[in-house]
Write a protein that binds this ligand. Structure first.
Ligand code: COD
Length: 303
């Protein structure tokens, strides 16, 4: 898969010191293949949390050396708590989800590592038919965010775009249509968010909405509908109405349009790498590269 946009970020991450990353519930082949890739490419130094026998049995097969650091845990819950403890004690610089369910992983993270008011997830997608990396948020953590939560989710994503080098990202607040319809709540939220950006309650981006997906990513589609928007055709960030619609969008891009995805949780004390259990090692690798860039930009520890 050709991913020139991600490759440019990987090149920037390579010249930074490797990040120490605790991998929660690491005893599974794809997770350990991801860890081996991180070691080989000198992006991260993993600490593997989980069942030591299981981890050792697979580690050798995927090319991880015997010297790899393993922290024993007897259950997935214990594994997640241990990862959070390691971050809190400053023993690692980032946390990565291994083979456990997202909610089991996220409970102790919320309890122990919250830094900003809201934690939220961002997918970065590289799609061959689109000229920039697309941020999709929140498709994995906040289930049905209200207006206030959406504003916080959006600000997290804008700040991440800044940290990666885009000083003024363009944001499309997605719904099914581009006019306000009181029966479609996401259109009202979108209009409010656009006004909040006008009034500097949300800062650092050009924000427009509501926009349907076609108008957000295609100037041609917007022109056909006689819609004038500074965002149409060049959106960097898509704020989705809720987790389900966002998750379907991201996976649709991945499975039907051949997109490559990386994913992070923002708003915690350190970057948190959260990929799906079915994601390939390369997605984990790219997510860890993003975590490295954010960690060194200091973008995750805002008081
Ligand atoms: N940011 C900050 N605080 C939060 C957040 C957040 N995103 N979510 C909840 N809180 C706070 C609440 O205000 C409250 O004080 C406390 O945490 C508990 O709130 P609950 O009871 O709503 O939180 P949980 O622990 O039951 O649920 C939080 C999860 C993140 C686990 C939940 O929202 C969830 O399951 N999300 C979906 C995860 C998932 O399955 N993703 C799959 C896609 S890969």
């Amino acid at each position: 898969m050709n991913t020139p946009l991600f490759d440019a970020l990987v090149s920037r991450a390579r010249i930074l010191p490797p990040l120490s990353v605790a991998i929660v519930d690491a005893g599974e082949r794809t997770v350990l293949e991801g860890a081996a890739l991180l070691v080989r490419e000198k992006i991260a130094t993993p600490v593997l949390i989980g069942n030591p026998e299981r981890i050792r049995a697979i580690a050798g097969e995927v090319g991880l050396s015997d010297a790899i650091s393993i922290v024993p845990a007897h259950s997935v819950e214990e594994s997640a708590r241990e990862g959070v403890r390691m971050v809190a004690e400053g023993r690692v610089q980032a946390l990565m989800k291994g083979h456990l369910h997202s909610d089991t992983f996220l409970h102790p993270v919320l309890e122990g590592l919250r830094d900003r008011k809201r934690l939220s997830h961002v997918f970065l997608a590289e799609i061959s038919s689109y000229d920039r990396l697309l941020f999709i948020t929140d498709a994995a953590m906040n289930i049905t965010p209200d207006l206030e939560a959406k504003a916080e989710i959006l600000q997290n994503a804008i700040d991440m775009a800044h940290a990666l080098g885009n000083p003024e990202p363009k944001v499309a607040i997605l719904s099914a249509i581009e006019t306000v319809n009181p029966r479609i709540v996401s259109t009202i939220d979108a209009a409010c968010l656009a006004k909040m950006a006008d009034r500097r309650q949300i800062t650092g981006a050009v924000v427009d909405g509501p926009l349907a997906f076609d108008n957000a990513i295609s100037r041609e589609a917007a022109r056909t509908k006689d819609l004038r928007s500074p965002v149409s055709g060049s959106a960097d960030i898509l704020l989705v109405p809720d987790l389900v619609s966002g998750n379907i969008l991201a996976k649709d891009l991945e499975y039907l349009a051949g997109a490559t995805l990386a994913g992070l949780i923002l708003g915690a004390r350190v970057p948190i790498i959260l990929t799906s259990r079915s994601d390939p090692p390369r997605s984990r690798f790219l997510s860890a590269c993003l975590a490295t860039l954010l960690y060194h930009a200091g973008a995750t520890s805002v008081p």
